[in-house]
Design a protein around this ligand. Structure first.
Ligand code: AP5
Length: 203
């Protein structure tokens, strides 16, 4: 997303209709992996709030300094911060063609997104929920920690992130399910297999 300004131009040139896709799922479900492929395939600007926050931490910005301890504990960064970051990225997009990875994660973020999109006279195209059982999730993240060493990929913090997902983000899943926006996708299988399933369920 760091190249979002450049990519934004390409997106604008190639497509004229708005499209907003949300990629949801518990930690380790494969959101980030699939987001890269999906954004490319559908000419969408990928906005990953986790990547955006990690970039702030890396650059040592004030926001990053506030977020670091919260992320390392597996908790959610405040709605205010996250919504502000998303708003800043969306502002000026025309048309809005965005793939969200890991946002919204709370009912307040979902409300804020609805309101934000109303300002653009548009709405959510589709929500994909990647479903993977907890044993596989933990195994994937513990494997990743050996390669990447992400500071929130310790077993204790992974378990906390799972808990936070269930308490704070599951209600968002229910919210989209009630509005018939949610498409459940089996997230077990090769990256290509999962990608094919996602492509099938999106309008
Ligand atoms: P975020 O970065 O969003 O982390 P997460 O939701 O915990 O998700 P992960 O990145 O761990 O997993 P993923 O589903 O993207 O899977 P991935 O493709 O990487 O958030 C981090 C933190 O930032 C949060 O805890 C919070 O503090 C904060 N934050 C972010 N957004 C926020 C928000 N909106 N509000 C408040 N706070 C927020 O894959 C995982 C591993 O599995 C990789 O190693 C990958 O190679 C592997 N893998 C992928 N697909 C497959 C497959 N099909 N088969 C086998 N392995 C696979």
């Amino acid at each position: 997303w760091y190249n979002s300004r450049t990519r934004e131009k390409n997106v604008t040139m190639a497509n004229t209709s708005p499209e907003i896709v949300l990629l949801m799922g518990p930690p380790g479900a494969g959101k980030g992996t699939q987001a890269v492929k999906l954004a490319r395939a559908r000419s969408l600007l990928k906005l990953s709030t986790g990547d955006m926050l990690r970039d702030h931490v890396k650059r040592g910005t004030e926001l990053g300094q506030q977020a670091k301890a919260i992320m390392d504990a597996g908790q959610l960064v405040s709605d205010e911060i996250v919504i502000g970051m998303v708003r800043a990225e969306i502002n000026g997009l025309n048309p809005v063609r965005v793939l969200f990875d890991g946002f919204p994660r709370t009912p307040a973020q979902a409300d804020a997104l609805d309101n934000l999109l109303k300002e653009f006279n548009t709405g959510i195209t589709g929500v994909v929920l990647l479903e993977v059982n907890e044993d596989e999730l933990v195994q994937r993240l513990l494997e990743r920690t050996q390669k990447e060493g992400r500071s929130d990929d310790t077993e204790e913090v992974i378990r906390e992130r799972m808990k936070v997902y269930k308490s704070s983000t599951q209600p968002v899943v229910d919210y989209y399910e009630k509005r018939s926006k949610l498409r459940r996708v089996d997230g077990i299988g090769s990256v290509e297999e999962v990608f094919a399933r996602i492509s099938e369920v999106l309008p």
